[in-house]
Design a protein around this ligand. Sequence first.
Ligand code: SOE
Length: 385
Amino acid sequence: MTELGIAMIGHAFMGAAHSQAWRVAPRFFDLPLRPVMSVLAGRDAGRAAAAADRLGWAEAVTDWRSVLERDDVHVVDICTPGDTHAEIAIAALDAGKHVLCEKPMANTVAEAVAMAEAAERAAARGVRAMVGFSYRRVPALGLARDLVARGRLGRIHHVRAQYLQDWIVDPAAPLSWRLDKAKAGSGALGDIGAHIVDATQFILGDTIREVVGTMETFVTERPLATEHSGLSGTASDETGPVTVDDAALFLARFAGGALGSFEATRFANGRKNALRIEVNGSAGSLAFDFEDMNVLQFFDGTEDSAVAGFRRIVVTEPEHPYVGSWWPAGHGLGYEHAFTHQVVDFVRAVAEGTDPAPTFADGLRVQRVLAAVEDSAASGTWHQV
Ligand code: SOE
Protein backbone atom coordinates (compact mmCIF):
# COMPACT_ATOMS: atom_id res chain seq x y z
CA MET A 1 0.00 0.00 0.00
CA THR A 2 1.21 3.51 -0.79
CA GLU A 3 2.62 5.29 2.22
CA LEU A 4 1.55 8.77 3.35
CA GLY A 5 4.38 10.36 5.31
CA ILE A 6 3.23 12.67 8.11
CA ALA A 7 5.14 15.53 9.74
CA MET A 8 3.54 16.93 12.87
CA ILE A 9 4.46 20.43 14.05
CA GLY A 10 3.99 20.90 17.81
CA HIS A 11 3.61 18.20 20.42
CA ALA A 12 1.57 19.42 23.41
CA PHE A 13 -2.08 18.57 24.17
CA MET A 14 -3.28 18.65 20.54
CA GLY A 15 -0.07 17.00 19.35
CA ALA A 16 -0.76 14.08 21.66
CA ALA A 17 -4.37 13.82 20.44
CA HIS A 18 -3.28 13.89 16.78
CA SER A 19 -0.48 11.37 17.37
CA GLN A 20 -2.94 8.95 18.92
CA ALA A 21 -5.18 9.41 15.87
CA TRP A 22 -2.41 8.75 13.32
CA ARG A 23 -1.29 5.70 15.29
CA VAL A 24 -4.72 4.14 15.72
CA ALA A 25 -6.61 5.07 12.52
CA PRO A 26 -5.00 2.46 10.22
CA ARG A 27 -5.49 -0.24 12.85
CA PHE A 28 -9.28 0.16 13.05
CA PHE A 29 -10.26 1.61 9.67
CA ASP A 30 -9.56 0.45 6.12
CA LEU A 31 -7.51 3.28 4.71
CA PRO A 32 -6.49 3.62 1.07
CA LEU A 33 -3.06 4.99 2.09
CA ARG A 34 -0.85 3.95 5.00
CA PRO A 35 0.01 6.89 7.31
CA VAL A 36 3.62 6.80 8.45
CA MET A 37 4.50 8.94 11.49
CA SER A 38 7.74 10.17 9.95
CA VAL A 39 8.80 13.26 11.86
CA LEU A 40 7.76 15.56 14.69
CA ALA A 41 8.95 19.18 14.83
CA GLY A 42 9.35 21.14 18.07
CA ARG A 43 11.41 24.18 19.05
CA ASP A 44 13.38 22.54 21.87
CA ALA A 45 15.51 19.58 20.71
CA GLY A 46 15.32 17.64 23.98
CA ARG A 47 11.59 18.05 24.45
CA ALA A 48 10.86 17.28 20.80
CA ALA A 49 12.95 14.08 20.93
CA ALA A 50 11.23 12.97 24.14
CA ALA A 51 7.80 13.72 22.64
CA ALA A 52 8.63 11.84 19.43
CA ASP A 53 9.67 8.85 21.47
CA ARG A 54 6.61 8.94 23.73
CA LEU A 55 4.04 9.65 20.96
CA GLY A 56 5.43 7.25 18.35
CA TRP A 57 7.22 9.43 15.78
CA ALA A 58 10.27 8.06 13.96
CA GLU A 59 12.37 11.18 14.54
CA ALA A 60 12.33 14.76 15.80
CA VAL A 61 13.60 18.01 14.28
CA THR A 62 13.70 21.58 15.59
CA ASP A 63 13.16 23.42 12.29
CA TRP A 64 9.65 22.89 10.90
CA ARG A 65 10.77 24.27 7.52
CA SER A 66 13.13 21.32 7.06
CA VAL A 67 10.18 18.90 6.77
CA LEU A 68 8.89 20.77 3.70
CA GLU A 69 11.98 19.72 1.75
CA ARG A 70 11.57 16.02 2.49
CA ASP A 71 10.23 13.60 -0.13
CA ASP A 72 9.03 11.21 2.56
CA VAL A 73 6.69 13.89 3.97
CA HIS A 74 3.33 14.24 2.21
CA VAL A 75 1.22 15.75 5.00
CA VAL A 76 1.95 18.57 7.46
CA ASP A 77 -0.18 18.35 10.60
CA ILE A 78 -0.19 21.71 12.45
CA CYS A 79 -0.68 21.46 16.24
CA THR A 80 0.96 24.72 17.29
CA PRO A 81 -0.62 27.90 18.77
CA GLY A 82 -2.71 29.96 16.34
CA ASP A 83 -0.12 32.68 15.67
CA THR A 84 1.96 30.20 13.63
CA HIS A 85 -0.84 28.54 11.63
CA ALA A 86 -0.87 30.87 8.63
CA GLU A 87 2.89 30.86 8.09
CA ILE A 88 3.26 27.09 8.39
CA ALA A 89 0.12 26.18 6.44
CA ILE A 90 0.85 28.50 3.51
CA ALA A 91 4.49 27.37 3.28
CA ALA A 92 3.45 23.71 3.44
CA LEU A 93 0.71 24.05 0.81
CA ASP A 94 3.02 26.00 -1.49
CA ALA A 95 5.58 23.20 -1.05
CA GLY A 96 2.96 20.69 -2.23
CA LYS A 97 2.20 19.14 1.19
CA HIS A 98 -1.37 18.34 2.25
CA VAL A 99 -2.25 20.20 5.46
CA LEU A 100 -4.32 19.34 8.51
CA CYS A 101 -4.49 22.46 10.71
CA GLU A 102 -5.77 22.68 14.29
CA LYS A 103 -8.60 25.10 15.06
CA PRO A 104 -9.22 27.97 15.10
CA MET A 105 -7.70 28.10 11.66
CA ALA A 106 -6.01 31.47 12.24
CA ASN A 107 -5.84 34.40 14.63
CA THR A 108 -7.26 36.98 12.21
CA VAL A 109 -9.51 37.12 9.17
CA ALA A 110 -6.60 38.45 7.10
CA GLU A 111 -4.53 35.35 7.94
CA ALA A 112 -7.49 33.08 7.25
CA VAL A 113 -8.06 34.74 3.85
CA ALA A 114 -4.40 34.14 2.92
CA MET A 115 -4.70 30.51 4.05
CA ALA A 116 -7.90 29.93 2.08
CA GLU A 117 -6.24 31.42 -1.00
CA ALA A 118 -3.20 29.15 -0.54
CA ALA A 119 -5.56 26.17 -0.20
CA GLU A 120 -7.34 27.12 -3.41
CA ARG A 121 -4.00 27.40 -5.27
CA ALA A 122 -2.94 24.06 -3.83
CA ALA A 123 -6.23 22.30 -4.69
CA ALA A 124 -5.61 23.10 -8.36
CA ARG A 125 -2.45 20.95 -7.99
CA GLY A 126 -4.24 18.15 -6.12
CA VAL A 127 -2.99 19.26 -2.68
CA ARG A 128 -5.60 19.19 0.12
CA ALA A 129 -6.21 21.25 3.27
CA MET A 130 -8.52 20.69 6.22
CA VAL A 131 -9.25 22.39 9.57
CA GLY A 132 -9.32 20.25 12.71
CA PHE A 133 -12.80 20.91 14.05
CA SER A 134 -12.77 17.48 15.62
CA TYR A 135 -16.22 17.51 17.27
CA ARG A 136 -17.85 17.12 13.85
CA ARG A 137 -16.54 13.59 14.02
CA VAL A 138 -18.31 12.65 17.25
CA PRO A 139 -20.82 10.00 16.11
CA ALA A 140 -23.76 11.58 17.98
CA LEU A 141 -23.19 14.88 16.16
CA GLY A 142 -22.92 13.04 12.84
CA LEU A 143 -26.26 11.42 13.62
CA ALA A 144 -27.68 14.85 14.55
CA ARG A 145 -26.68 16.18 11.14
CA ASP A 146 -28.24 13.15 9.40
CA LEU A 147 -31.53 13.64 11.26
CA VAL A 148 -31.67 17.31 10.30
CA ALA A 149 -30.76 16.53 6.67
CA ARG A 150 -33.46 13.83 6.54
CA GLY A 151 -36.03 16.40 7.66
CA ARG A 152 -36.79 14.66 10.97
CA LEU A 153 -36.74 18.04 12.73
CA GLY A 154 -38.66 19.91 10.04
CA ARG A 155 -37.92 23.61 9.75
CA ILE A 156 -35.22 24.66 12.21
CA HIS A 157 -36.22 27.50 14.54
CA HIS A 158 -33.63 27.54 17.32
CA VAL A 159 -30.10 26.42 18.00
CA ARG A 160 -28.82 26.71 21.56
CA ALA A 161 -25.09 26.08 21.83
CA GLN A 162 -22.79 26.23 24.82
CA TYR A 163 -19.18 25.28 25.34
CA LEU A 164 -18.51 25.35 29.06
CA GLN A 165 -15.18 24.64 30.77
CA ASP A 166 -13.71 25.75 34.12
CA TRP A 167 -9.96 25.29 33.89
CA ILE A 168 -9.14 28.96 34.59
CA VAL A 169 -11.88 29.83 37.09
CA ASP A 170 -9.16 29.86 39.79
CA PRO A 171 -7.46 33.31 39.60
CA ALA A 172 -4.22 31.57 40.61
CA ALA A 173 -4.23 29.45 37.43
CA PRO A 174 -1.15 30.64 35.50
CA LEU A 175 -1.07 32.45 32.18
CA SER A 176 -0.92 29.93 29.38
CA TRP A 177 -0.50 30.85 25.72
CA ARG A 178 -4.27 30.37 25.41
CA LEU A 179 -4.66 33.58 27.50
CA ASP A 180 -2.32 35.62 25.31
CA LYS A 181 -3.98 37.42 22.38
CA ALA A 182 -0.73 37.56 20.43
CA LYS A 183 -0.52 33.77 20.46
CA ALA A 184 -4.16 32.66 20.57
CA GLY A 185 -6.00 35.46 18.74
CA SER A 186 -8.84 35.44 21.26
CA GLY A 187 -9.83 33.55 24.40
CA ALA A 188 -12.92 31.44 25.00
CA LEU A 189 -14.33 32.83 21.75
CA GLY A 190 -11.70 31.34 19.41
CA ASP A 191 -10.60 28.40 21.53
CA ILE A 192 -13.98 26.84 22.24
CA GLY A 193 -16.58 29.20 20.73
CA ALA A 194 -15.13 28.33 17.32
CA HIS A 195 -16.04 24.67 17.94
CA ILE A 196 -19.72 25.40 18.54
CA VAL A 197 -19.85 27.73 15.53
CA ASP A 198 -18.50 24.94 13.34
CA ALA A 199 -20.57 22.19 14.98
CA THR A 200 -23.88 24.06 14.68
CA GLN A 201 -23.23 25.06 11.06
CA PHE A 202 -22.31 21.41 10.39
CA ILE A 203 -25.45 20.02 12.02
CA LEU A 204 -27.78 22.50 10.34
CA GLY A 205 -26.01 22.50 6.97
CA ASP A 206 -26.41 26.28 7.22
CA THR A 207 -24.23 29.33 7.86
CA ILE A 208 -24.41 32.17 10.37
CA ARG A 209 -25.35 35.44 8.69
CA GLU A 210 -25.21 38.02 11.51
CA VAL A 211 -24.36 38.23 15.20
CA VAL A 212 -24.60 40.44 18.26
CA GLY A 213 -22.41 39.61 21.22
CA THR A 214 -20.60 40.54 24.36
CA MET A 215 -17.33 39.40 25.91
CA GLU A 216 -15.78 39.65 29.35
CA THR A 217 -12.42 39.10 31.03
CA PHE A 218 -13.11 38.30 34.69
CA VAL A 219 -9.49 37.91 35.83
CA THR A 220 -7.24 40.47 34.17
CA GLU A 221 -3.89 39.62 35.83
CA ARG A 222 -2.48 36.16 36.50
CA PRO A 223 0.76 34.54 37.63
CA LEU A 224 3.21 33.89 34.83
CA ALA A 225 3.79 30.20 34.15
CA THR A 226 7.20 28.70 34.88
CA GLU A 227 6.13 25.64 32.99
CA HIS A 228 3.01 24.83 31.01
CA SER A 229 1.65 21.67 29.49
CA GLY A 230 -1.80 21.13 28.07
CA LEU A 231 -4.26 23.11 30.19
CA SER A 232 -2.23 23.18 33.41
CA GLY A 233 0.97 24.88 34.50
CA THR A 234 3.12 25.97 37.44
CA ALA A 235 2.70 29.55 38.68
CA SER A 236 5.63 31.87 39.32
CA ASP A 237 5.70 34.88 41.72
CA GLU A 238 5.49 37.35 38.85
CA THR A 239 2.21 38.25 37.17
CA GLY A 240 1.19 39.35 33.70
CA PRO A 241 -1.97 40.63 31.96
CA VAL A 242 -4.67 38.41 30.48
CA THR A 243 -5.22 39.83 27.00
CA VAL A 244 -8.17 37.70 25.85
CA ASP A 245 -11.82 37.14 26.78
CA ASP A 246 -12.69 34.67 29.54
CA ALA A 247 -16.25 34.36 28.24
CA ALA A 248 -18.06 35.24 25.01
CA LEU A 249 -21.83 35.20 24.49
CA PHE A 250 -23.66 35.98 21.30
CA LEU A 251 -26.91 35.70 19.41
CA ALA A 252 -26.93 34.70 15.76
CA ARG A 253 -29.22 34.59 12.75
CA PHE A 254 -28.58 31.75 10.32
CA ALA A 255 -29.00 32.27 6.57
CA GLY A 256 -31.82 29.71 6.56
CA GLY A 257 -33.81 31.68 9.15
CA ALA A 258 -32.93 29.88 12.41
CA LEU A 259 -32.02 31.86 15.53
CA GLY A 260 -29.00 30.81 17.59
CA SER A 261 -27.69 31.57 21.06
CA PHE A 262 -24.05 30.81 21.80
CA GLU A 263 -22.08 30.79 25.05
CA ALA A 264 -18.37 30.01 25.36
CA THR A 265 -16.69 30.23 28.75
CA ARG A 266 -13.81 28.75 30.70
CA PHE A 267 -15.39 29.98 33.97
CA ALA A 268 -18.36 27.59 34.26
CA ASN A 269 -17.32 26.05 37.57
CA GLY A 270 -17.84 22.30 37.53
CA ARG A 271 -18.26 22.03 33.77
CA LYS A 272 -15.16 20.34 32.41
CA ASN A 273 -15.87 19.94 28.71
CA ALA A 274 -19.58 20.58 28.33
CA LEU A 275 -20.07 21.19 24.62
CA ARG A 276 -23.87 21.26 24.49
CA ILE A 277 -26.10 21.77 21.50
CA GLU A 278 -29.89 21.82 21.33
CA VAL A 279 -31.76 22.19 18.07
CA ASN A 280 -35.50 22.85 17.93
CA GLY A 281 -37.42 22.39 14.70
CA SER A 282 -41.07 22.31 13.63
CA ALA A 283 -41.13 18.50 13.72
CA GLY A 284 -38.78 17.71 16.60
CA SER A 285 -35.75 18.55 18.70
CA LEU A 286 -32.23 17.28 19.40
CA ALA A 287 -30.01 17.73 22.43
CA PHE A 288 -26.36 16.76 22.94
CA ASP A 289 -23.86 17.20 25.77
CA PHE A 290 -20.26 16.14 25.22
CA GLU A 291 -20.03 15.13 28.90
CA ASP A 292 -22.37 12.28 27.86
CA MET A 293 -20.95 12.05 24.36
CA ASN A 294 -22.30 8.64 23.35
CA VAL A 295 -25.88 9.87 23.72
CA LEU A 296 -28.11 12.00 21.48
CA GLN A 297 -31.52 13.07 22.81
CA PHE A 298 -34.22 13.15 20.12
CA PHE A 299 -37.79 14.39 20.48
CA ASP A 300 -40.05 13.35 17.62
CA GLY A 301 -42.86 15.92 17.60
CA THR A 302 -44.89 13.86 15.14
CA GLU A 303 -45.50 11.10 17.68
CA ASP A 304 -48.72 10.72 19.64
CA SER A 305 -48.43 13.40 22.35
CA ALA A 306 -49.62 10.95 25.01
CA VAL A 307 -46.39 8.97 24.64
CA ALA A 308 -43.99 11.45 22.97
CA GLY A 309 -40.91 12.48 24.91
CA PHE A 310 -37.18 12.91 24.52
CA ARG A 311 -35.68 9.59 23.47
CA ARG A 312 -32.16 8.81 24.70
CA ILE A 313 -30.40 7.33 21.66
CA VAL A 314 -27.19 5.55 22.65
CA VAL A 315 -25.06 6.26 19.58
CA THR A 316 -23.04 3.05 19.63
CA GLU A 317 -24.78 0.97 16.94
CA PRO A 318 -22.73 -0.20 13.94
CA GLU A 319 -24.93 1.86 11.59
CA HIS A 320 -24.07 5.11 13.41
CA PRO A 321 -21.31 7.26 11.86
CA TYR A 322 -17.83 5.72 12.36
CA VAL A 323 -19.01 3.34 15.09
CA GLY A 324 -18.96 0.14 13.01
CA SER A 325 -15.16 0.14 12.99
CA TRP A 326 -14.92 0.12 16.80
CA TRP A 327 -16.50 -1.89 19.60
CA PRO A 328 -19.72 -3.87 19.95
CA ALA A 329 -22.89 -1.83 20.61
CA GLY A 330 -22.96 -0.14 24.00
CA HIS A 331 -19.20 -0.08 24.58
CA GLY A 332 -18.80 3.62 23.77
CA LEU A 333 -16.20 6.03 22.45
CA GLY A 334 -14.23 8.95 23.97
CA TYR A 335 -12.62 12.32 23.25
CA GLU A 336 -9.75 10.87 21.22
CA HIS A 337 -11.98 8.97 18.78
CA ALA A 338 -13.11 12.21 17.08
CA PHE A 339 -9.46 12.92 16.22
CA THR A 340 -9.09 9.43 14.79
CA HIS A 341 -12.20 9.89 12.63
CA GLN A 342 -10.78 13.23 11.48
CA VAL A 343 -7.61 11.51 10.27
CA VAL A 344 -9.65 8.78 8.57
CA ASP A 345 -11.72 11.32 6.61
CA PHE A 346 -8.60 13.33 5.78
CA VAL A 347 -6.68 10.33 4.42
CA ARG A 348 -9.67 9.13 2.39
CA ALA A 349 -10.14 12.58 0.84
CA VAL A 350 -6.44 12.83 -0.03
CA ALA A 351 -6.62 9.41 -1.70
CA GLU A 352 -9.83 10.25 -3.56
CA GLY A 353 -8.58 13.67 -4.60
CA THR A 354 -11.47 15.51 -2.94
CA ASP A 355 -11.49 18.43 -0.51
CA PRO A 356 -11.81 17.19 3.07
CA ALA A 357 -14.39 19.14 5.10
CA PRO A 358 -14.09 21.43 6.91
CA THR A 359 -12.01 23.06 4.19
CA PHE A 360 -9.97 26.22 4.66
CA ALA A 361 -12.91 28.08 3.07
CA ASP A 362 -15.09 26.70 5.90
CA GLY A 363 -12.42 27.73 8.42
CA LEU A 364 -12.41 31.24 6.97
CA ARG A 365 -16.20 31.43 7.39
CA VAL A 366 -15.85 30.51 11.09
CA GLN A 367 -13.10 33.12 11.43
CA ARG A 368 -15.44 35.75 10.01
CA VAL A 369 -18.09 34.81 12.59
CA LEU A 370 -15.52 35.18 15.41
CA ALA A 371 -14.42 38.57 14.06
CA ALA A 372 -18.03 39.74 13.76
CA VAL A 373 -18.65 38.77 17.41
CA GLU A 374 -15.60 40.78 18.49
CA ASP A 375 -16.70 43.77 16.42
CA SER A 376 -20.20 43.50 17.83
CA ALA A 377 -18.92 43.26 21.41
CA ALA A 378 -16.97 46.48 20.81
CA SER A 379 -19.82 48.38 19.12
CA GLY A 380 -22.81 46.90 20.95
CA THR A 381 -24.66 46.40 17.66
CA TRP A 382 -25.46 43.56 15.24
CA HIS A 383 -22.71 42.76 12.73
CA GLN A 384 -22.94 40.98 9.39
CA VAL A 385 -20.59 38.02 8.94
C1 SOE B 1 -8.98 24.03 25.67
O1 SOE B 1 -10.03 24.85 25.95
C2 SOE B 1 -9.27 22.89 24.69
O2 SOE B 1 -8.16 22.07 24.77
C3 SOE B 1 -9.45 23.33 23.24
O3 SOE B 1 -8.33 24.06 22.78
C4 SOE B 1 -9.70 22.11 22.37
O4 SOE B 1 -9.91 22.50 21.03
C5 SOE B 1 -10.90 21.32 22.91
O5 SOE B 1 -11.07 20.14 22.18
C6 SOE B 1 -10.72 20.98 24.36
O6 SOE B 1 -10.43 22.15 25.09
